[in-house]
Ligand binder design. Structure first.
Ligand SMILES: Cc1cc2nc3c(=O)[nH]c(=O)nc-3n(C[C@H](O)[C@H](O)[C@H](O)COP(=O)(O)OP(=O)(O)OC[C@H]3O[C@@H](n4cnc5c(N)ncnc54)[C@H](O)[C@@H]3O)c2cc1C
Length: 392
C-alpha cells in the first residue's frame, strides 16, 4: 500500500500550513501548550472555533451535505496532523465530534436547522450524559427515567463523569423510556436544555486538581418530545453510532508524535534510559500512525475499515500514558510541581520551576491515566477486538 502523499495532497498540506501560520496566535499556542486536560478550556476554544468557522474548516470531518468542506479522509488526517504539529488547541469534542454527526444522521430537519448552526457558533456548548453510577461499561443498565406527559418527557436521574458540564448549556443524554423491555430496547436519546430548574451540576476534581468532570443531577426536568433524536427506544443504536465516532473518529498518532517532538525541545536532549524510552514511544506512535493511515486509505477507496482499526484507541492510550510518564521523568524534580491554580496559562499561576512545560507535566501525567477509561475502557476495547478481529 502506497502511503506517500500525492501532489494534490501535498499542496493541500501547504495551504493548511499557511493558514495555521497566519491564524494561530502566540496566545492560542501558549494556551494549548499549557492545557493539562484533554480539551481546551472555553476561553481558548471559543476563539479558535470562531477562526476555524470563518475559514470554513470548523466541521472539517462532516460530509458536505451537512455543511462540511467535503474533504477526503486523507485531507482530514493532513489537517489534524498539521494542527497537532502547529500546537493548535484541541476543541471540545462533545458537540462537534459526537452530537453533531448524530444530528445530521438521525435528527429531523427541524432539529438540524435549530441545533447545527448553534453548535457551530458555540452558542450551544454540549456535554455528554451517558455514564451513571453503576452504568459505565455496562451502559445499557442506565436508570435515568424519562416519563412521557403529553408533549414532554419528565426526566429524573444522576449522570456522572460528565466532561466540561460546568460550561455546558446543552446535554445529550441516554434515558430509559421503557423499563419493561430488554434493557437496550428501552433507551432513548434526548437533547436537554441545562438552563432550567431541576438541573444541578456538581464538580469532581481529578487527582491533578483539574476540574474537567462533573456529576449532573436531573430532577423532574422537562424535555419536549420534539427534542428526542430518533424514535423512542432507538437510543441504543444511536449511542453505538456515537461511540464508534468517539473511539475511532480521529487519528491519535499525530498529536502523540507532535507532543513527543515538543518534549525533546523543552526537556533538552534525552540520554540513556530516557532516550531509549523516547525512541520506543516514537516507533510505537509511528506504527500506530501507519495503522491509522491504512484504515483511512481503505475508507477513501470505499472499503469498510478492517477490524484492526479497533486497536487504535487502545494503543493510543498506552502510548499517551507512556509519553506523559516520560515527560515527568525527563524534567526530574521540576516535573513534580503541581500548583493548585488553573489554568496554567492564567495570570494567577506561580512562576514555573525550570519551564512552563515542566510545570504542566505532573498534571498531564495524572490526567492521562484517564485515557484507558474514557470512551470505553481498555478492557472493553480488548473484548471488542477479541470478538471482531479474532472471532472469539
Ligand atoms: C476523564 C473522563 C471523562 C469522561 N467523560 C465522560 C462524559 O463526558 N460523559 C459520559 O457519559 N461519561 C464520561 N466518562 C465515563 C466513562 O465513559 C466511564 O468511566 C467508562 O465507560 C467506564 O465506566 P465506569 O467508570 O463505570 O467503570 P466500570 O464500568 O465500573 O469499570 C470498572 C473496571 O472494571 C472493568 N470492567 C467492567 N466491565 C468489564 C467487562 N465486561 N470485562 C472486563 N472488564 C470489565 C473496567 O475495564 C474497569 O477497569 C468519562 C470518564 C473519564 C475517566
Amino acid at each position: 500500500m502506497d502511503l506517500s502523499l500525492t501532489k494534490d495532497q501535498q499542496s493541500f498540506r501547504e495551504e493548511v500550513r499557511a493558514f495555521l501560520a497566519a491564524s494561530l496566535t502566540p496566545e492560542l499556542r501558549r494556551g494549548a501548550e499549557l492545557t493539562s486536560g484533554v480539551f481546551a478550556e472555553p476561553d481558548i476554544a471559543r476563539e479558535w472555533q470562531a477562526i476555524l468557522e470563518e475559514q470554513g474548516w470548523l466541521v472539517y470531518h462532516w460530509p458536505d451535505h451537512a455543511g462540511g468542506p467535503g474533504w477526503t479522509p486523507i485531507q482530514r488526517w493532513i489537517f489534524e496532523k498539521e494542527c497537532a504539529e502547529a500546537g493548535a488547541p484541541v476543541l471540545p469534542g462533545m458537540g462537534l465530534k459526537l452530537v453533531g454527526p448524530v444530528l445530521y444522521t438521525f435528527g429531523t430537519q427541524a432539529q438540524q436547522d435549530y441545533y447545527l448552526p448553534r453548535l457551530r457558533s458555540a452558542e450551544h456548548f454540549w456535554a455528554q450524559g451517558f455514564s451513571e453510577p453503576g452504568a459505565g461499561s455496562d451502559l445499557a443498565s442506565l436508570r435515568t427515567r424519562a416519563v412521557r406527559e403529553g408533549d414532554h418527557y419528565i426526566v429524573s436521574g444522576h449522570k456522572i463523569w460528565t466532561t466540561q458540564a460546568q460550561y455546558a448549556n446543552r446535554l445529550f443524554a441516554l434515558v430509559r423510556t421503557d423499563a419493561e423491555v430488554k434493557p437496550q430496547k428501552g433507551i432513548s436519546f434526548l437533547l436537554i436544555d441545562m438552563a432550567q430548574p431541576g438541573v444541578t451540576v456538581k464538580p469532581i476534581l481529578s487527582a491533578s486538581g483539574d476540574h474537567e468532570l462533573n456529576e449532573v443531577f436531573l430532577d423532574e426536568v422537562r424535555v419536549p418530545v420534539s427534542d428526542r433524536v430518533g424514535d423512542e427506544g432507538q437510543g441504543w443504536s444511536i449511542a453505538k453510532f456515537l461511540l464508534e465516532n468517539e473511539r475511532g473518529g480521529s487519528s491519535f498518532a499525530p498529536a502523540i508524535l507532535a507532543d513527543l517532538a515538543r518534549l525533546h525541545t523543552s526537556a533538552g536532549p534525552l540520554t540513556g534510559e530516557l532516550a531509549d524510552r523516547a525512541l520506543r514511544l516514537r516507533l510505537e506512535a509511528e506504527a500506530l500512525e501507519m495503522t491509522e493511515l491504512r484504515t483511512l486509505i481503505e475508507i477513501e477507496h470505499g472499503a469498510a475499515p478492517d477490524p484492526r482499526s479497533l486497536t487504535t484507541k487502545l494503543l493510543a492510550s498506552e502510548i499517551r500514558q507512556g509519553l506523559e510518564a516520560l515527560a515527568v521523568d525527563a524534567f526530574g524534580l521540576a516535573g513534580l510541581q503541581l500548583p493548585g491554580e488553573r489554568p496554567f496559562y492564567g495570570g494567577d499561576m506561580p512562576a514555573p520551576v525550570v519551564s512552563p512545560a515542566a510545570q504542566v507535566a505532573a498534571a498531564r501525567y495524572l490526567n492521562a491515566r484517564a485515557w484507558s477509561i474514557f470512551g470505553g475502557t481498555s478492557e472493553i476495547q480488548l473484548t471488542l477486538i477479541a470478538k471482531a478481529a479474532l472471532g472469539l
